[in-house]
Design a protein around this ligand. Structure first.
Ligand code: FAD
Length: 451
């Protein structure tokens, strides 16, 4: 072999060796990543968070090219992962319906689906015009099964357009339409009612903004451009909670919209073609009703004396503003634990009152964090306890069904779950059907909506 040939041979051999090394490293990294995802899926199955319970992403395996854009876009942790170069769901039951994965996928391989073949989700029956089985009672937004702000806004607008077409020419009712809920769907419906010159009134059991109001202050909202009545096209695809709420507040102010906050609708009956609406503050009559109450329900109450005091809350919005207080957090789920940890981080003295003797079904991260906080004395937990009464500067709790304990207290945060809207829907006579894996958002129907 000539010298040149020899060097050529060495060169090709080294190049080949290098390629083999790169390939082996790639395979090893790939295998390691796969192993991590497989382990996460195993854990999710053990903890019962693998199977979706409601809205969740479904990835088209054939279409997916494995960029991982969905994994990166999802603000929640470990809902999605990459396995063998394809997107997969891990903790599907923890999907909250941001829709970020849906928008991020460059090849449109993700659809949002409600329920699964095995596990149905109860959804109210509605016509393409958003009318329920009760004539002139309509549903818009997430309650109808479709998550995301843009969809809620769009449906709120369309539902009012449909109501306008069906309103009787003459009626003895006080209102043309009663809108229940002031989340994105309710606000859009309220604006459209104003646009159509309807005699409307919007009821909100809590605060204007719905689920958006309860987002953490810093949360980035992912959305698609949408049409808001009386405003026009909202062009942004990313915004903040504050920016979106400020836009709504400015429109509410500009058009003097009638929204009764802190007034919960507790019953609706239809008599002689007119709806009789009972709220926590009064009675009203209306020709049409639009339910825009979302799917998150109402926070469950303790039902103890003193609960009506201003120091009792059911959500934690700005923990950074609460300092040096004696706080009681009631509950033992993820919301209670996360709130207790945030409050303790701000230098508050935090006690958790929990009715069971240990925490179960917590996110793994929360489970470890709370046990660390307990061991370091940062947070105290009183297990097997129930709140008896709330006073201005202390609370009384009963421990082990017998012992009465008094705790110095400035603020009480209650996180003991919620009453789902289904109970309310059944009470007012709305027919509910189970949906097994119904696609609520795909790129195909998204495009159809835009046309
Ligand atoms: C953590 C989290 C993050 C999310 N991030 C995004 C995101 O980035 N982008 C996106 O597009 N979507 C996101 N979503 C989903 C989005 O918030 C919802 O799809 C949207 O808010 C639904 O709007 P809605 O008007 O149908 O219901 P909601 O916003 O839930 O509003 C319903 C309103 O009705 C009121 N109400 C209920 N019952 C009664 C009653 N009986 N009487 C009077 N009032 C009543 C409630 O108090 C509430 O204000 C997220 C959701 C969560 C939980």
């Amino acid at each position: 072999m000539s010298e040149t040939k020899f060097y050529e041979f060495i060169f090709y051999a080294l190049t080949f060796l290098l390629l083999v090394i790169v390939y082996v490293i790639y395979i090893l990294i790939h295998k390691r990543k796969n192993k991590i995802v497989i382990e996460k899926i195993r854990k999710a199955k053990d903890q019962g968070t693998f199977e979706p319970v409601s809205l969740h992403p479904v990835i088209d395996y054939e279409q997916c090219i494995g960029t991982g854009a969905c994994v990166e876009a999802c603000p929640e942790k470990d809902i999605l992962g990459l396995l063998n170069g394809k997107g997969v769901t891990i903790n599907a039951s923890r999907c909250v319906g941001h829709g970020a994965c849906f928008h991020a996928c460059p090849v449109e391989a993700i659809s949002l689906v409600m329920g699964t073949e095995k596990r149905g989700v109860d959804l109210p029956h509605i016509s393409p015009e958003f009318e329920t089985n009760i004539p002139m009672m309509f549903i818009a937004g997430e309650l109808g099964g479709m998550g995301l702000i843009k969809n809620a806004v769009e449906q709120g607008r369309q539902a009012i357009d449909n109501i306008v077409k069906k309103l009787p020419h003459a009626s003895s009712a006080q209102l043309d339409v009663a809108i229940i809920g002031s989340g994105p769907a309710g606000i859009s419906a309220t604006l459209n009612s104003k646009y159509h010159g309807l005699n409307y009134l919007t009821f909100e059991q809590d605060t204007i903004g719905g689920t958006v109001f309860s987002f953490p202050r810093q949360k980035i909202i992912m959305t698609s451009p949408m049409n808001l009545p009386l405003y026009g096209k909202i062009k942004f695809t990313q915004t903040t909670k504050v920016e979106l709420l400020n836009l709504w507040y400015s429109l509410i102010d500009k058009y003097q919209l009638k929204i009764n906050e802190n007034e919960k609708v507790i019953d609706i009956k239809k008599e002689e073609g007119i709806f009789k609406i009972e709220t926590t503050k009064g009675h009203y009559t209306s020709s049409a009703v639009l339910l825009a109450i979302g799917r998150r329900g109402s926070p469950r109450k303790l039902n103890v004396p003193g609960e009506e005091k201003e120091k009792v809350f059911y959500r934690l919005l700005d923990p950074e503003l609460i300092k040096n207080q004696n706080v009681l957090v009631v509950g033992g789920g993820d919301s209670a634990i996360e709130s207790a940890l945030m409050l303790a981080d701000e230098g508050n003295s935090v006690i958790i009152s929990y009715r069971s003797d240990k925490f179960s079904r917590l996110k793994e991260q929360n489970f470890h964090k709370i046990h660390d906080a307990i061991s370091s004395g940062k947070i105290k937990v009183i297990y097997n306890s129930q709140v008896k009464q709330i006073f201005d500067d202390y609370v009384e709790i009963i421990v082990n069904d017998t012992e009465l304990v008094k705790l110095k207290n400035d603020l009480v945060y209650v996180f003991i779950g919620g009453e789902l809207p289904n109970q309310f829907l059944e009470k007012i006579g709305i027919k509910i059907t189970q949906k097994f894996g119904e696609i609520v958002l795909s790129h195909k129907n998204e495009k159809a909506n835009l046309n």
